[in-house]
Write a protein that binds this ligand. Structure first.
Ligand SMILES: [Zn+2]
Length: 472
């Protein structure tokens, strides 16, 4: 069965049938934000990284689809060493001003380290052509006319309390702590937008070798905009702009969120992280035989559904343009176990079961799970009576390079396979009804932070320090 299953995976990817894209509401919890941020910072330019803090052993379990490179090991060693130093400093009760400077120094080194390791990804996000429209819209924000601006000022002034209630916003830092007038604050926001665009242009010109300080300043400006409620009014809640700002500030917000957790919840985080180590779970890759070959499997499915209709027209028009012929010829496919499954397998095999609060197992992930992982994790949860909370969150895509956990029980595989076949059949029925010929929906690359929303609260102190230290 498992040999043929990969034919269905190839067909699912080629047909891009619509699966439900949904988010896990739990992902808004502080702990998940913390863990997702952690995973993002360790991801670099890789496909995906997952983390799980094994509290008893004070070790962060890390899994990736692919093998770790030396550069990753070096980065992890440095990153974790700084995290240990940073969190252990909270255990010194007689902190002096000098030590506060040390906090800033370590944070400074960490930001440079994180940005260096993740630079390729940050640059990719910054100049992704899919965001060209968002950048144009952002430019429009700076051209707001005086009337419109005055209307917003009046509206904010009549109810300014609402905007400064949340300590995690840029408004709280600027209007409350810095006592800016609303008018000045809106000018401040517009200046941030202009500066962001200016820095983007500067970085674009020196794209091969951009100044780290420019990237950092751009992220700082984006972070202030992302955490501003009034900025959302200025962009008329245009999701494209907000999504872009989200993307380009994600690493900085993740690091801020992480460090803030050590400070705010010392008993829970700093205590453990002052001794934290990391451990990688080995990837699992193999080459599978495709038995019949995907096109023949497609013909079989089609003939079962519509015995009187020749499948060849659909094969040629719908399947062939999206399926690499090579798989029918070689009948082999390289697959790997996705990192969240590697991690769950490790937790199950080592009987790691540290229940915290309502949730059984929360895993930090740098992007949302794929469709097959979400189906499979739901089955694993039922089978093992666990709550691996990644199960109810997926971006809905199917990837051909996907595999079950080695030696998985047959009935679990069959349950996943059944759903996959049902989806393909549903799609074929729709084609036959001529309802979906042109309605193929491709869902974009989806990093966790895209959908998690207000994942990492901005640190008021940090916002204030940015304004004073020429960091914008
Ligand atoms: Zn997956």
């Amino acid at each position: 069965m498992s040999i043929d299953f990969h034919n269905y995976v190839l067909l699912s990817q080629a047909l891009s049938y619509n699966t439900r894209k949904y988010r896990c509401e739990n992902s808004l919890s502080k702990r998940t934000s913390f863990l997702n941020g952690f995973a993002l910072l360790l991801n670099g330019s890789n496909v995906c990284t997952v983390v799980y803090p094994w509290l008893k052993e004070k070790v962060i379990l890390i899994a990736r689809n692919e093998k770790l490179e030396n550069v990753d090991r070096y980065y992890f060693d440095q990153f974790f060493s700084l995290i240990r130093v940073y969190s252990s400093m909270f255990w010194n009760v007689d902190r002096t001003d000098n030590q506060n400077d040390t906090f800033d120094d370590i944070k400074d080194i960490l930001i440079n380290l994180v940005n260096n390791f993740n630079q390729e990804k940050i640059m990719k996000r910054l100049f992704d052509y899919l965001f060209d429209d968002a950048v144009k819209q952002l430019l429009q924000v700076t051209k707001i006319d005086d009337n419109e601006k005055q209307q917003i000022i009046n509206s904010v002034n009549t109810n300014v309390g609402i905007y400064i209630k949340n300590k995690s916003t840029t408004e709280y830092a600027c209007l409350m702590k810095e006592n800016m007038t609303v008018e000045n604050y809106i000018s401040f926001l517009l200046a941030r937008v202009e500066r962001l665009i200016e820095l983007r242009d500067i970085i674009k010109k020196s794209r091969k070798n951009p100044l780290h300080s420019d990237i950092r300043k751009l992220q700082n400006n984006a972070l202030l905009l992302y955490e501003s409620t009034i900025f959302k009014i200025l962009i008329v809640k245009d999701p494209r702009v907000y999504y872009y700002i989200d993307k380009i500030s994600a690493h900085m917000r993740a690091l801020n969120g992480l460090l803030k957790c050590f400070e705010q919840d010392q008993a829970r985080y700093a205590y453990i992280y002052r001794e934290i180590k990391w451990r990688i779970i080995n990837p699992h890759e193999r080459c599978v035989l495709l038995n019949n070959g995907p096109t023949n499997v497609f013909r079989m499915l089609w003939s079962n559904l519509f015995p009187d209709i020749d499948p060849e027209e659909t094969v040629n028009n719908v399947l062939a343009p999206n399926l690499n012929k090579q798989y029918d010829i070689s009948k082999t496919l390289d697959v790997c176990v996705h990192c969240e499954l590697l991690l769950i397998d490790y937790l199950l095999k080592n009987q790691i079961n540290e229940i915290e609060g309502q949730l059984d197992v929360e895993i930090g992930i740098s992007k949302m799970s794929c469709y097959l992982c979400s189906l499979y994790i739901a089955e694993l949860n039922k089978e093992h009576k666990r709550i691996f909370c990644l199960s109810d969150s997926t971006h809905g895509k199917v990837y051909q390079k996907w595999d079950f956990i080695p030696d998985e029980q047959q009935h679990l595989k069959q349950n996943v396979e059944r759903v996959v076949i049902e989806q393909i059949e549903k799609y074929l029925n729709d084609i036959q009804l001529d309802q979906k010929q042109s309605g193929v929906k491709h869902i974009g690359d989806s990093d966790t932070l895209d959908i998690v929303g207000e994942i990492n609260d901005v640190d008021t102190k940090y916002v204030l320090s940015l304004m004073k230290k020429d960091q914008l």
